[in-house]
Design a protein around this ligand. Structure first.
Ligand code: GLC
Ligand code: GLC
Length: 650
């Protein structure tokens, strides 16, 4: 939009920008800057307009974008142009992701390069490499405590190794996803070191206080992320003689986005990684970006303004690069990370669908889909050109963050139901074969989250230890059932490394003093490649899971209605054990796929008259996954225990 004030400012800035910058060929840059500047300026002004040095910072913001645009490699600029033309590219059903730790997967970056064909074998073409920026040896939170945002941790390699990996991946049509940890730095980052030495400029990069007055005010309404290992939200720094805000671990210092210099630094970091060839940036812990006394300091309006600003700036420099919001918050809040009052995504194009994940785990424990159906029914509709990241497991714990109203509608008492779920996954009942571990137990709120690998949570570990063939079979079925849903729901499915071969809990973290108190390490495995080779040996668990997922992925890629255009309708059926939805083509009504999932340990029945015209055409129904006709008996579809169908009318 054209608006005089911001355009006058932009002209002033462009005149002031260093001569070297103005010499470069900035045609595309200027076009995009012109288109976005009104928004950039309004957001920047809303956040920082009352400061005397506002104009100075606005100049630096534009300068940062221009410099990064000039440094952006041609091959990436070409990719940007391609994605601008094919702007729905990331909504396609052809994308399938996997998240992994480099050291656990391939040892280091070079080792990872040697395993790229593994992704292609399975059909994965988007790889989220968990944080690999420089971080301290011990106090690193698995890489989420960054001490240098522009270097790779030497334990996994160098920047050169990363650009080589990015190039190699681009040639194979694999997307690279990397984290930018926006909310905090390690206490060993140079900004923290300088703050600690008393430099006021860098103390203003964080929230530091000489006494407890303000921290105590904050604490009244703040929650605790790691109540057991890092209670409270502030840490006393002996050398600095000040309190510093540390919402996560006490060595993770929260960045102060009230300071525009911090925002510009982090924009520079984002664009730096975009220019290394990263296709998608996972923005960590975005719900926490803005702190306000009297609030929980999560999901604040300003956190959204910051994300919009970062998105608008990134579009000017690297429009092909997408953002993933990692906001593990309630459904009504998570939806806002796509952007509010908008038609298409204007903050992050992709967001973790933690709601769906947690609801599926509820269905696993209860063996019915009651809460899953209610939860999905109240999942707000998202914007166009915004998509979910659907996952079963990830490197973090499972939080039971459902909406209490849905829990009540499903017929449970919220507190006792959560209690049941925790006990179930900790394997406390005789009929539960789950081997989960508690995480983040909070005695004040009674809240508990769950750690554990997918295979161990669904009983595979128990089954293998006891040699129980039936439990083994059921565990594999549940693993496939859960994946059949993330592949068909709409959005990008994100597998978690090791799950494709049934990796069990790994207790070795207990021997490491920096990890032993954090049970999340139990599900952050080192891949045993000899075991992985069993994926080629029929009769093994590895084969059963890997070959089925491989087939599902291949089939998914052929099903056009699985692309995400908000083309899903939940179908409420009488049988509470079933989760049923339809995916359809917005332009050709007749083109649709019915997804039916049975969470129960007994076969279930679905009366075809409940699902429209499927009854009349029952003889034409095929399951796209198996390629066979499903079991239908007198207008009744039979779904095997823990089974699923992707039904289509032939
Ligand atoms: C993110 C990460 C989590 C980490 C936290 C703090 O949520 O997923 O692993 O502990 O941020 O950085
Ligand atoms: C909380 C945070 C999330 C983080 C997780 C780590 O859920 O919201 O960002 O990943 O804790 O356990």
């Amino acid at each position: 939009m054209y608006e005089q004030i911001s355009h006058t400012l932009l002209n002033d800035i462009l005149n002031q920008i260093k001569p070297e910058i103005s010499k470069a060929d900035l045609r595309h840059f200027y076009t995009r800057l012109g288109a976005n500047f009104y928004a950039i300026h309004s957001l920047f002004e809303k956040l920082y307009g009352d400061r005397d040095d506002f104009q100075e910072h606005a100049l630096r913001l534009v300068e940062t974008m221009a410099r990064k645009y000039i440094n952006r490699p041609e091959v990436l600029k070409d990719a940007d142009a391609g994605r601008e033309r094919d702007y729905n590219w990331f909504l396609s059903q052809k994308w399938v992701g996997m998240a992994l730790y480099v050291n656990g997967f391939g040892g280091d970056l070079k080792g990872m390069c040697n395993h790229l064909s593994y992704f292609q074998e399975l059909g994965v073409n988007m790889v989220h490499v968990m944080p690999i920026m420089e971080c301290p040896e011990g106090k690193s939170d698995g890489g989420y405590a960054v001490s240098n945002f522009r270097e790779i941790d030497e334990r996994v390699g160098s920047l050169e190794d990363l650009t080589r990996l990015a190039d190699e991946m681009r040639q194979r049509d694999l997307l690279l996803v990397m984290d930018v940890v926006l909310n905090h730095t390690s206490d060993e980052h140079e900004w923290a070191e300088k703050a600690r030495k008393g430099d006021p400029k860098y103390q203003d990069y964080y929230y530091t206080f000489e006494n407890r007055t303000v921290p105590d005010m904050f604490e009244q309404s703040m929650l605790e992320v790691f109540p057991q290992t890092a209670p409270g939200n502030f840490t006393w720094d002996e050398e600095m003689q000040r309190w510093v805000m540390t919402v996560f671990n006490n060595y993770q210092w929260d960045l102060n986005y009230n300071n525009p210099a911090v925002l510009i630094e982090m924009l520079d970091v984002i664009l730096f990684w975009a220019n290394q060839g990263v296709d998608v940036l996972r923005l960590d812990a975005v719900a926490f970006l803005w702190k306000k006394i009297g609030s929980t300091c999560q999901n604040e309006r300003e956190a959204h303004l910051i994300l919009q600003l970062l998105k608008d700036c990134c579009q000017v420099v690297a429009p092909g690069v997408l953002f993933i919001a990692e906001a593990i918050v309630s459904p009504s809040e998570v939806i806002k990370y796509f952007g509010e009052d908008a038609v298409i995504a204007k903050e992050c194009e992709i967001a973790y669908n933690a709601t769906f994940m947690a609801l599926m785990w509820d269905a696993v424990a209860t063996k019915n889909a009651k809460l899953l159906n209610h939860g999905i029914k109240s999942l707000p509709v998202k914007l166009d050109r915004a998509t979910w990241l659907n996952y079963v497991r990830c490197h973090d714990d499972i939080g039971l963050g459902f909406d209490d109203r849905d829990v009540i509608l499903a017929g449970y008492d919220p507190a006792s139901h959560r209690h049941f779920l925790v006990d179930y996954f900790l394997g406390k009942f005789e009929h539960s074969h789950a081997r989960g571990l508690p995480f983040g137990q909070n005695l004040k709120t009674g809240d508990t989250r769950i750690s554990g690998s997918l295979a161990s949570l669904v009983g595979l570990q128990y089954a293998i230890e006891t040699g129980d063939i039936e439990v083994t079979d059921n565990a594999i079925k549940v693993i496939l059932l859960l994946h059949s849903l993330i592949f068909s729901f709409g959005g990008i499915p994100l597998l978690y490394y090791g799950d494709e071969i049934g990796t069990l809990n790994d207790d070795s973290y207990l021997a490491n003093p920096y990890k032993m108190d954090d049970t999340r390490w139990v599900h952050r495995p080192t891949i045993n490649w000899e075991k992985a080779d069993l994926r080629n040996v029929p009769g093994t668990v590895e084969y059963a899971i890997f070959s089925a997922l491989k087939r599902m992925i291949a089939v998914r890629k052929e099903i056009e209605v699985f692309a995400d255009f908000n083309n899903r309708e939940l179908i409420e059926v009488d049988n509470p054990n079933l989760f049923v939805f339809e995916r359809y083509n917005l332009h050709r009504q007749a083109d649709h796929v019915l997804v039916v999932a049975n969470f129960n340990s007994e076969p279930q029945y679905l009366n075809l008259s409940e699902i429209g015209e499927w009854k009349q055409q029952q003889h034409q129904i095929v399951d796209l996954y198996t390629g066979k006709s499903p079991d239908i008996y007198k207008d009744t579809l039979v779904i095997p225990r823990f089974g699923f169908y992707w039904l289509h009318l032939a």
